[in-house]
Ligand binder design. Structure first.
Ligand SMILES: NC(=O)c1ccc[n+]([C@@H]2O[C@H](COP(=O)([O-])OP(=O)(O)OC[C@H]3O[C@@H](n4cnc5c(N)ncnc54)[C@H](OP(=O)(O)O)[C@@H]3O)[C@@H](O)[C@H]2O)c1
Length: 281
């Protein structure tokens, strides 16, 4: 295999790919936004070589800001993957484009299969879907991998925030009417690296930890995981916690396509959370 080029290498997922890739002695090379701008073809050409596999972790991920910053969201999330796909086609390189549950409308009641109709309801979701379509159009060998509810347990992610609030407050109110699959970034990274070595991957895949939960369930599990009383987490509805971009009510992604391709399914979310918490406490 040629090198595995990680874009957005200072982001949450990019950092994990570099760490897990190094642990597995894989030829991972990371580029942050200062060293590789995915919207700039010349910048991309300097990093990609024939035979390499590009894993695109660069994205505009500020979901609420995107509602009023559509041009910036589309520049990074549509024009960026389009540029990467064009250069990968020129150089005979592969591309794995990371995408999101936000391409769906969130009204399903059973896990979304990869071929379920898309219907994003936010600017972020529309921009990520446009990126998926651009990649498929330009580079038929590319894979789009949708993930969701990714945390590491550091920075300002949900798990890290719950750990902080557990220390700072008596009670914490968390929405209980949004359902998804909490997903550990290190597990997504391992899955993407397995896919990078896979000879003929499907065009669209879903990759999350197994099982489902509400944010309320996840917050309770974080409290339990650090020996705190989970009853200090109180349920609220999304209507009581309005944000600029509506969150999908249901975000569970089916892992059937991933498993059917012979790739290793990710473990149950509670098992992954236990590992993540052990690293942050
Ligand atoms: N986090 C989640 O829960 C989640 C869920 C579903 C899907 N995803 C997808 O997973 C992927 C990785 O997300 P993440 O959580 O790792 O996001 P992140 O932490 O926000 O990282 C994104 C990175 O992209 C970089 N970037 C922005 N514009 C760029 C450009 N033009 N060229 C190169 N790099 C650029 C950013 O660098 P600067 O900070 O320097 O701008 C940042 O380091 C994204 O495709 C996202 O849509 C994430």
């Amino acid at each position: 295999m040629g090198s595995i080029v990680i874009t957005g290498a200072k982001g949450q997922l990019g950092q994990q790919l570099l760490r897990v890739g190094a642990d597995q002695s894989l030829p991972v090379v990371g580029f942050d936004s200062a060293t590789l701008d995915i919207t700039d073809a010349e910048s991309v050409r300097k990093a990609v070589t024939p035979g390499s596999v590009v894993i695109n972790c660069a994205a505009y991920t500020a979901v609420d800001n995107a509602e009023t910053d559509e041009a910036a969201a589309f520049s990074v999330n549509e024009a960026g993957p389009r540029t990467l796909a064009t250069v990968c086609a020129e150089l005979d390189a592969r591309l794995i484009q990371v995408s999101t549950d936000y391409v769906f409308d969130g009204t399903a009641t059973s896990p979304y299969e990869t071929d379920h109709a898309t219907g994003p309801v936010t600017v972020y979701g529309r921009s990520k879907l446009a990126g998926e379509l651009a990649v498929h159009e330009i580079l038929p060998t590319a894979s789009v991998v949708r993930t969701a509810w990714v945390y590491t347990g550091s920075g300002s992610d949900f798990v890290s925030t719950m750990l902080r609030l557990e220390r700072e407050r008596d009670t914490v109110s968390v929405v209980d009417d949004q359902i998804g699959s909490p997903t550990y970034s290190a597990d997504v990274a391992a899955g993407l690296l397995e896919l990078a070595a896979y000879p003929a991957p499907p065009a669209t895949l879903h990759l999350t930890n197994a099982g489902q939960a509400s944010w309320f369930d996840l917050a309770r599990a974080v409290f339990e995981g650090v020996g705190a009383d989970p009853d200090r987490v109180l349920p609220v509805t999304s209507a009581e916690f309005v944000r600029p971009a509506p969150r999908p009510a249901y975000s569970v992604l089916s892992g059937a396509a991933w498993a059917n391709a012979g790739l290793t399914p990710l473990r149950p979310w509670r098992d992954a959370l236990a590992v993540a918490l052990a690293k942050c406490t």
